[in-house]
Ligand binder design. Structure first.
Ligand code: HEC
Ligand code: HEC
Length: 440
């Protein structure tokens, strides 16, 4: 067993994942396309991201003396904790989130940026930004396969020869823009049952897909996904581990294997021993995001209030769910890894998302993983949460839509009926609707 392979196997064991079932068909099809691939690495990644078990309901515990009626979640762009951690811990975790990583820290060999903040800052650390990243792959028999080394194409490298280039045959291509993290802790504190109840109340032709994903920090346990353009993660610690590896090239205990250079071995450029982070930074990122207040609203003018009625009246709110309530304090979530605290529990949030996946005809065609279980995610995108919209001017997953009106008009598929109702609105109603969007 080569060094590389051993390392891959060890990663597998430390995650407690069951033995990998070799997917002969996938390997065969990829080589039929004339490519060689570090198939073992792909297998491990796909296996790690496989949801083998059902998600817990995470319903609130039945008799909790501290349960009061839900209160509004704190919302502001003010760099202040929501109470999940002390302000001192928030400031310290923020510093880690803003830290500019160097090669000696494990940066790269392939990466997209040196700091979480490079892509998550507007108007404060943790906000969204205009930074996009590339994802590519190809179709064989109508089925999506990743580019060699994975669908995420890193756009920077620590050495010129470590640059990832897109293969000409990888004709499925997209940008994905950086999303907002403000309020993420509240979203994590929404129970699985709450999301499936929203789904069940949607009319059949508009019903969202709740996708079950693994909780990396609780091997074998799963959750309803809610984070990322495909709801590809359910826990912030899992997303942080994933981002640290895939955006910055920093391996960590949850994802201990370095990414390849478009499928080619990186070891000659990889000088720091894996895992490059001992897990501390990943926890700090997660706790920083959990302590972020929600995005706050702009002025609530008469036009905004009328626009809100239009929004709900024509059915935008069926997917862009205006209000969710987080689970009660004491609820155990993330497959047992986290207990909802008083700062995040029993809070009313207004994310304008159901966090479910929908086919509105805009999808990038890329599934969460190129495996059977995630095939339905290729044609669907997560309902984009609209909180924080007032600080964004590049819209939709690819960031290629410039105005609110054009964003609405891109909605087809499950949103086609709603879009038709939008088209026949009076110009006043249309203007009020945009005023409402601009207040979020
Ligand atoms: C190069 C830019 C970039 C960097 C650096 C980056 N991110 Fe992101 N982040 C993104 C993009 C793009 C998305 C959406 C990706 C997707 O869904 O495919 C995202 C999504 C997220 C989400 C999901 C939020 C939601 O909308 O549900 C979390 C959580 C997150 N990032 C955390 C982090 C953390 C923690 C770090 C640092 C370890 C980090 N990111 C570094 C670009 C970046
Ligand atoms: C069937 C579900 C559904 C309905 C109905 C719906 N949307 Fe969306 N909306 C989505 C999805 C999914 C996305 C993300 C699509 C993408 O990025 O490819 C989205 C994205 C958006 C965005 C872009 C947000 C961003 O962060 O870039 C805006 C704005 C928006 N919707 C507004 C509306 C309005 C206004 C209506 C009513 C006229 C509406 N939507 C109806 C599902 C829906």
């Amino acid at each position: 067993m080569g060094e590389r392979e051993k390392c891959v196997r060890m990663g597998l064991v430390s995650l407690g994942v069951a033995a990998v079932a070799w997917s002969f068909t996938a390997q065969h099809q990829i080589s039929a396309a004339g490519q060689t691939t570090d198939a073992a690495r792909d297998q491990v990644r796909q296996q790690m991201f496989t949801a083998a078990t059902a998600a817990d309901p995470e319903a609130p515990p039945p008799r909790l003396s501290s349960v009061q009626s839900p209160t509004e979640a704190l919302a502001a762009y003010d760099n202040k904790t929501n109470g999940f951690t002390t302000q001192a811990a928030f400031d310290a975790n923020k510093e880690t989130f803003e830290e500019v990583e160097q090669i000696a820290d494990g940066l790269g060999p392939t990466y997209n940026a040196q700091s979480c903040r490079e892509c998550h800052q507007n108007v404060v650390t943790g906000g969204a930004s205009q930074v996009t990243e590339q994802r590519t792959g190809h179709l064989i028999g109508g089925r999506f396969f990743d580019s060699q080394g994975g669908s995420l194409i890193a756009s920077r490298a620590t050495h010129p020869d470590a640059t990832e280039l897109v293969a000409i045959g990888d004709t499925v291509r997209t940008f994905r823009i950086s999303t907002n993290l403000l309020g993420a802790g509240f979203v994590e504190a929404v129970s699985n049952t709450t999301l499936t109840a929203v789904r069940d109340a949607q009319p059949a032709f508009m019903r969202g897909l709740a996708i079950t994903v693994p909780v990396l920090e609780q091997p074998g346990r799963t959750r309803i996904g809610r984070f990322g353009w495909k709801s590809q993660h359910g826990s912030l610690q899992s997303f942080a581990a994933d981002a640290y590896l895939n955006e910055m090239g920093i391996t960590n205990p949850l994802l201990p294997t370095e990414n390849s250079i478009s499928g080619k071995d990186v070891s000659q450029y990889d000088t720091v021993k894996d895992p490059e982070d001992d897990g501390e930074d990943v926890l700090k990122f997660a706790d920083f995001m959990r302590a972020l207040k929600a995005p706050s609203r702009g002025a609530l003018t008469a036009a905004v209030r009328s626009g809100e009625q239009v929004f709900n009246g024509i059915g935008c709110g069926t997917c862009h769910t205006p209000t969710l309530v987080t689970a009660a304090p004491g609820t155990v979530i993330n497959g047992g890894a986290l207990t909802v605290t008083a700062a995040l529990g029993n809070k009313v949030i207004h994310p304008y998302s159901d966090y479910l996946l929908h086919d509105i005809g805009t999808s990038d065609g890329i599934p969460i993983q190129p495996t059977d279980e995630f095939v339905p995610t290729a044609s669907r995108m997560r309902t984009a949460p609209l909180w924080g919209l007032r600080i964004r001017n590049r819209l939709m997953h690819d960031g290629l839509t410039f105005t609110r009106e054009e964003a609405i008009l891109r909605h087809g598929g499950q949103a086609a009926g709603v879009t038709s109702r939008y088209r026949v609105l009076s110009s006043t109603d249309k203007a009020n609707l945009v005023a409402f969007l601009n207040s979020l």
